[in-house]
Design a protein. Structure first.
Length: 510
């Protein structure tokens, strides 16, 4: 290995002093991103009431962060390999904290969408850098598996801490406070990270290619935007044109990378069946789960009438399952096989989503809690093992790029999932038949219906809310069914693509 890290011993068994303490700093960055992602869903009803966004604007608030971060992850991962992963991580964390303030004080839907987009730029620096630094901190494969498990478990813990802490804040303060909780985490990360994190980078990265950056950004955003708009509103020439431009940009991007001696993204990584299978599994998993994740908080609060803090606690089983699975996933994958753990985890998530197709307005918590626990366990096993496979498939110098590919699959899956499944839920919801005099705003979102009902006579309001809630639940059940089909298909694909894949047991010579 060539970097500012000391090279491994001849047998590859270097154990850097303080590596576990350094890992604790890295997981703070993961916690930062995970908390931010979950509190947005919890705050959505309040944002909807205060800013009065249209249904389309509400979806943009939810997914523009993922659009931007997906478009920039490869660029930021490659940039970290060039200028230093520690440097880009700390700069990104500082920017993330500052932009959280802009999110907190957004006063219009347009400003909120812009703030989320800018936060995506900062967020794109964090996740690839954390995984790449883990790759360089932990040379021993078993230690690295545990470190990746802790990394993933922290992300899952963030999904639990976010709703609970966010619920508490929403009950005592205004919705912007859920974004301000990023500030103390960012401050600790930057101050401690300066002292504890080692710097690492590729000593021979080649020239930075702005043309590739533009092509990747235009390509991903163009394609995802087209899918989102067609799913929400049907075929139209504008999104079709955007999709065509995006597809063309991605085609040129791939051709350019193959022709460059030192590309922004080494396409040869995808020749590895294990690497490609792990990336595809991550993308499909998040795509299938996104509809449930984005709309679950609205269901718990606006359909079942739970308070924000109670809604946060109700989502806890998924995080608990993911934490437990993440900590033991590496050991289980070595005991059995990578494909058994990944495919089995995905199949479990698919079956749990299938169980949620029977969800109703008054579904009891035992069914919901059990399904969420199974989702957490299955996703925890799958994500941890695929991350380990991706990291162990590349040399140290390409750790940032490989990590960025992994995170791009995750964020692109989230963006596509919210766009497709979110649009399905919204489309089904808009078709409900309300009582005479139902305002148009009630058909834009469930939050809009709740707000409209507050200004109607009691009987009319009750009829409106019942119709709106039932339509929302019908859309959520349909999205769960589609998500289940996607997850089961992903399980089958993982079973074949990860055939023969094993996690390392001994340190590789770098």
């Amino acid at each position: 290995m060539s970097s500012t890290l000391r090279p491994a011993d001849a047998d590859g068994t270097l154990r850097r002093p303080g590596r576990w303490l350094a890992l604790s700093v890295l997981v703070l960055a993961v916690l930062l991103v995970a908390v931010d992602a979950t509190v947005l869903g919890l705050a959505t009803p309040y944002i909807s009431e205060d800013l009065a966004p249209s249904g389309t604007q509400l979806l943009w608030i939810g997914d523009v962060y993922s659009f931007v971060i997906a478009g920039l992850l490869v660029t930021m991962g490659s940039l970290g390999d060039r200028i230093g992963r520690k440097r880009i991580l700390l700069l990104g964390a500082a920017a993330f904290g500052a932009l959280s303030v802009l999110n907190a004080y957004a006063h219009t839907p347009e400003v909120m969408i812009l703030a989320r987009a800018l936060l995506g730029v900062a967020g794109a620096t964090l996740m690839p850098a954390t995984l790449a630094l883990i790759r360089n901190l932990f040379h021993d494969p078993r230690e690295r598996s545990l470190a990746v498990g802790i990394w993933g478990a922290t992300a899952s813990a963030g999904t639990a801490v976010g709703p609970i802490l966010g619920g508490f804040l929403l009950e005592h303060f205004w919705w912007g406070s859920v974004f301000l909780i990023n500030l103390p985490v960012m401050a600790v990360l930057v101050v401690v990270g300066v002292k504890l994190l080692p710097e690492s980078k590729n000593p021979n990265p080649g020239p930075f290619d702005p043309a590739s950056v533009v092509l990747s950004l235009v390509g991903i955003i163009g394609v995802v935007y087209a899918i989102k708009e067609v799913a929400a509103h049907g075929f139209a020439w504008a999104p079709a044109a955007a999709g065509t431009v995006g597809a063309a940009a991605l085609y040129v991007f791939v051709r350019r990378q193959l022709a460059m001696p030192v590309p922004l993204l080494d396409m040869r990584l995808f020749r590895s069946r294990g690497f490609s299978g792990a990336v595809l599994a991550d993308l499909l998993t998040v795509l299938g789960l996104s509809g449930l994740v984005f709309f679950l908080s609205q269901y718990l609060q606006l359909v079942q009438g739970r308070r924000p803090f109670e809604a946060g606690l109700a989502e806890l089983p998924a995080a608990v399952g993911a934490v437990v699975a993440g900590l033991i996933a590496g050991r289980v994958a070595r005991r059995f096989s990578v494909r058994a753990v990944v495919a089995g985890g995905l199949a479990a998530v698919g079956l749990a989503l299938a169980a949620l197709t029977v969800i109703g307005q008054h579904t009891g918590y035992p069914l919901l809690g059990t399904a969420l626990l199974v989702v957490g366990l299955g996703a925890g096993f799958s994500f941890t093992v695929t991350a380990d496979v991706i990291l162990s498939s590349v040399p140290h110098d390409q750790a940032g790029t490989a990590s960025a590919v992994s995170e791009t699959a995750y964020e692109l899956g989230a963006a596509l999932g919210i766009a497709l499944l979110g649009s399905i839920v919204t489309g089904v919801y808009r078709d409900f038949t309300g009582p005479a005099g139902t305002p148009d705003a009630a058909h834009e979102s469930l939050g809009g219906a709740v707000e409209s009902a507050a200004h109607l006579p009691a009987d009319t309001a009750a009829s409106l809310l019942d119709a709106a809630r039932q339509s929302f639940v019908d859309g959520l059940a349909l999205a769960s069914g589609i998500g289940a089909a996607v997850l089961l298909a992903a399980a089958v694909a993982a079973w074949f693509l990860l055939r023969g894949q094993r996690l390392e047991d001994t340190p590789a010579h770098e």
